[in-house]
Design a protein around this ligand. Structure first.
Ligand code: FEO
Length: 400
């Protein structure tokens, strides 16, 4: 069987969703599955834009066939060679051996690393080259490191469609509704879009910013990403683009505070709760607390990209830092998080050692401003140190 959706006059969504995969890239939890998107364009020439993950290849091939009907496939445009898209490329080529694969230099380097298929017909393109399909002219923009070095965007001058590879993607399966305007995207799915972008592309913010600048100079009526919903509503497109500009430039999205705590016997958790309660009492809204042992780290990374002020409160551990807190901070550093206000709280019963490691990690990150001296607690917060927590709350409020 097949299920496709017409995106515009000549463009069809032929992707499919996987709700069984637990970990995307064998790292990131997928509580709501994921979609692997592909598109067919029918013109004087026909083209498929990207393939899909192996898991949904049979559906994808049926979908492509149902749109092409008895037409031959002329081109397969590869905007991204990562196997969550390109794994089924050979299945597609086996079915349509006459098709020419369109890619840039790096596309073919990676393609040849994955597949031993030298007889493949190839069309090499580079920045701003145009593929003429008839009425539709496809222009290419190299977008290296968004998210691999071979990534490129494709833009259809006629329908003003941007095929955006991993950019503008969202975790989560699609459930019949393919367009973002058919769902409550900003209420229900924005968190998963943020978690997707910050964890997959977040490290390459500058490259993402540069690539977005190039394509956003063109009028865009449709965005067709490789994961998540398709975009066609102008207001929603603009809103989503603004979110990406913030994430890619490491600009806080919300003027809010998030408290991350790592606690062994509850002492540090109590400190976090006392601080959050004080913040609430002095009028700070929407404070968030996360237990770094409980909330999976990719969600914590996304929250750190969202909020302006980050408080790290951690137990000491083995004369170092509590491991889950160390994992979080190293992950934030690995994703190049910058431009944040932070403050540290350490706790320890026999050796106060958490802040030393936290400081060492944060030292290697750009534009991190400490709003307060480190607060050191021994085992449990005592009445006489309450003023230190209250002062920190005041500093947080001042800096929001
Ligand atoms: Fe969806 Fe970078 O692959």
């Amino acid at each position: 069987m097949y299920y496709t959706t017409q995106v515009s006059e000549d463009i069809f969504f032929v992707g499919a969703s996987d709700r069984r995969l637990n970990l995307f890239e064998n790292i990131f939890p997928l509580p709501n599955g994921i979609s692997y998107n592909s598109y067919v364009l029918l013109d004087e020439k026909t083209a498929v834009f990207d393939a899909v993950d192996k898991a949904v290849a049979p559906t994808f091939l049926n979908n492509v066939a149902s749109v092409l009907k008895d037409r031959k496939l002329d081109y397969i445009v590869i905007t991204h060679m990562e196997p969550d898209h390109a794994a089924s490329l050979m299945d597609l080529l086996n079915k349509y051996p006459e098709a020419t694969v369109v890619g840039n230099n790096k596309t073919f380097t990676i393609l040849d690393q994955f597949f031993n298929y030298p007889e493949i017909k190839r069309l090499l393109v580079t920045e701003k080259d145009i593929l003429d399909l008839g009425k539709h002219k496809i222009r290419f923009f190299l977008a290296p490191m968004v998210h691999w070095p071979e990534v490129m965007f494709a833009y259809d001058d006629t329908s003003k469609t941007l095929f955006s590879a991993d950019a503008f993607g969202t975790f989560g399966a699609l459930s019949g509704n393919v367009f973002s305007d058919e769902m409550n995207f900003f209420e229900d799915r924005l968190d998963e879009a943020r978690r997707y972008f910050t964890n997959i592309v977040g490290k390459y913010g500058m490259q993402a910013t540069n690539a977005l600048k190039k394509v956003l100079a063109y009028e865009i009526e449709y965005i067709c990403p490789l994961h998540g919903p398709v975009w066609r509503d102008k207001d929603l497109i603009n809103k989503f683009i603004e979110k990406h500009k913030l994430w890619a430039s490491y600009t806080p999205e919300d003027s809010e505070v998030v408290i991350f705590y790592g606690s062994i016997y509850g002492g540090t958790e109590e400190i976090a709760t006392v601080l959050a309660t004080r913040l609430a009492h002095i009028g700070v809204r929407n404070v968030k607390i996360y237990d770094v042992s409980i909330t999976e780290v990719s969600s914590l990374v996304a929250e750190a990209f969202r909020a302006k002020i980050l408080i790290f409160a951690s137990a000491s551990y083995n004369a170092g830092l509590f491991p889950y807190m160390e994992t979080l901070l190293l992950d934030l550093k690995a994703h190049s998080l910058q431009n944040r206000f932070v403050s540290l709280i350490e706790n320890g019963s026999w050796a106060l050692s958490a802040a030393k490691t936290m400081n060492e990690i944060l030292d290697g990150m750009k534009n991190i401003t400490f709003i307060n001296d480190t607060i050191s607690i021994k085992s449990r917060l005592q009445e006489e140190q309450l003023n230190e927590i209250f002062n920190l709350a005041d500093k947080i409020k001042e800096n929001l």
